[in-house]
Design a protein around this ligand. Structure first.
Ligand code: UDP
Length: 238
């Protein structure tokens, strides 16, 4: 029997994680690597939902900061998440993983529209569900979308892939004496303003008792090591 600690999880990766060394867009080799991690998670029987950001393509605030319309900017940002989600589905399908994109904003020619019941049924059937379009609302982020979808599908944990392998006492890339927290509470993360996810996302996870596992999205196999009970991460829980 294969060891696994989680039954169903949501994986959140920022759009920037997909661009690799490039300054913009999608590096297919990086998307393939993330897809391999998801394939491995499916191999050990973990049900995986995924939320991908759009920051590698567009962020709504970029429009607003230049005097444009924030709502339209956010619509553009949400469209960027759909592009990234389609890229991930392509990589997963190429590897033989049954994956479906469900968007918060209807675009039936491109992908399915999100419904909680259909998402549950896909996950129960072992499909990887990629939640695109964020929450479908401006002024939100894909972090909040990830916490929302995790609550809706009854996930055991929300995996937040970041640049480093957890939450540190200082920026480990600048301060060699920085130490990684093994565990933190949602309340402390909010109180101390630790920049893991936006506050709305952490509050939603806290209300629904969903642990947030902060880990490095760049370490191949890191996601699966944690799923099996090892690896490097910070666990944010009640
Ligand atoms: N966005 C939005 N509502 C949502 C999720 C995302 O309006 O529910 C827009 C927003 O403009 C955001 C962009 O989509 O800047 C990309 O999402 P995010 O910044 O969360 O991506 P990431 O930083 O994870 O790449």
């Amino acid at each position: 029997m294969t060891e696994k600690r989680y039954r169903r999880v949501v994986l959140k990766a920022s759009g920037e994680a997909l661009m690799g060394e490039q300054g913009f867009g999608i590096d297919v080799s990086v998307v393939d690597r993330i897809a391999r991690d998801i394939l491995e998670a499916r191999r050990i029987g973990v049900e995986v939902g995924v939320v991908i950001g759009g920051g590698n393509i567009f962020r709504g605030v970029a429009v607003a900061s230049k005097g444009g319309d924030r709502v339209t900017g956010d619509h553009m940002g949400m469209l960027a998440t759909v592009i990234n989600s389609l890229a991930l589905r392509t990589s997963l399908v190429k590897m033989g993983v049954d994956a479906v994109v469900m968007s918060a904003i209807a675009m039936p020619e491109l992908c399915e529209s999100f419904s909680q019941r259909q998402a549950m049924s896909y996950m129960n059937a072992g499909k990887v569900v990629i939640f695109a379009g964020g929450t479908g609302n401006p002024f939100f982020t894909t972090d909040s979308a990830a916490a929302l979808r995790a609550a809706e599908i009854g996930a055991d944990a929300l995996f937040k892939g970041t640049q480093v392998d957890g939450v540190y006492s200082a920026d480990p890339r600048k301060d060699p004496s920085a130490t990684r927290y093994e565990r933190l509470s949602h309340a402390r993360v909010i109180r101390d303003g630790l920049a893991i996810m936006d506050t709305a996302a952490i509050a939603l996870a806290r209300e629904n008792h969903i642990p947030i596992i902060v880990f490095s999205i760049h370490e191949e196999g890191g996601f699966n090591a944690i799923l099996k009970g090892g690896g490097h991460c910070t666990i944010v829980s009640d």
